[in-house]
Ligand binder design. Structure first.
Ligand SMILES: [Zn+2]
Length: 257
């Protein structure tokens, strides 16, 4: 990993929240606090050059762009909300290791950006059955998902993120049907019979706590678009089942987004 030539961060270790200034800063501010803010903006690739400690138009512009990306008021000034967002942006995300099991059931995203993540339960407790279903290459009921999470926590990747998988069916995002949910989403199947009695496993939650924040940050998915199949196909679908621990997944997302 390339290192910036900024000198303000002190140690060469990972950036933490302690690197972020605790005082409000805006255009015209100077000094070490500005230097620390600039170092962070450089690290996040919003600012080029070096951290000179002068909060000028370039720093203001960099901060505004960051704020826009994080859906904050893009005023180019540094305060508590921006500090919290920068802290989240500095928290690294990692894609969990995946086992590749390619499915033939996918299509082009037709240029549509990913902005939705849909979670499902498969309706069985048997990962071999689920893998077979999601990779069926003929017949009228061909379905797929990008990921399948086994009870052991193994994450199977069936369709590459940049292709549309067939997991949502007749769906809408809060009533919006175009582009279709399939074209704009990542689908994650969780092996579980959906009885509401079979617990989703600890290993599945751990995988989700890594995968969902990774996808959300990578594709800038708004938090309100991290949903269950039942939310995009109300009245038609009920997955994931009522015993699925959404707060646990949402807490993991909140750390980085
Ligand atoms: Zn589903």
């Amino acid at each position: 990993m390339p290192t910036s030539n900024a000198t303000a961060s002190g140690s060469s270790g990972a950036f933490g929240s302690s690197d972020l200034p605790d005082v409000p800063l805006s255009e015209g501010s100077t000094g070490l606090a500005v230097q620390r803010l600039q170092s962070v903006l450089i690290r996040l690739k919003y600012l080029g050059g070096r951290a000179d400690g002068d909060f000028g138009p370039k720093t203001k512009d960099a901060l505004s762009r960051f704020q826009r990306d994080w859906r904050l008021t893009p005023d180019g000034a540094y305060g508590p909300e921006t500090r919290t967002a920068l802290q989240k942006a500095l928290t690294p995300v990692f894609k969990p290791p995946v086992v590749s099991r390619a499915s033939p059931n996918f299509e082009s995203r037709q240029g549509v950006d990913i902005d939705v993540i849909v979670l499902h339960h498969t309706g069985t407790n048997r990962v071999a059955v689920d893998l077979a279903t999601l990779r069926l290459s003929h017949g009228s009921g061909r379905v797929s998902a990008h990921y399948l999470i086994a009870p052991t926590g193994t994450v199977y990747q069936l369709v590459p993120d940049n292709r549309a998988a067939w997991h949502a069916g007749v769906s809408s995002l809060r009533g919006v049907t175009e582009p279709s949910v399939n074209l704009r989403s990542i689908g994650i199947e969780i092996t579980n019979d959906g009885s509401g009695q079979t617990p989703f496993t600890e290993a599945q939650y751990r995988a989700l706590e890594q995968l969902v924040p990774y996808l959300a940050r990578t594709y800038k998915v708004p938090k309100e678009n991290i949903l269950g199949h039942r939310d995009v196909a109300p009245g038609r679908k009920t997955d994931p089942a009522d015993n699925f621990d959404w707060p646990r997944v949402r807490r993991a997302v909140d750390v980085v987004l």
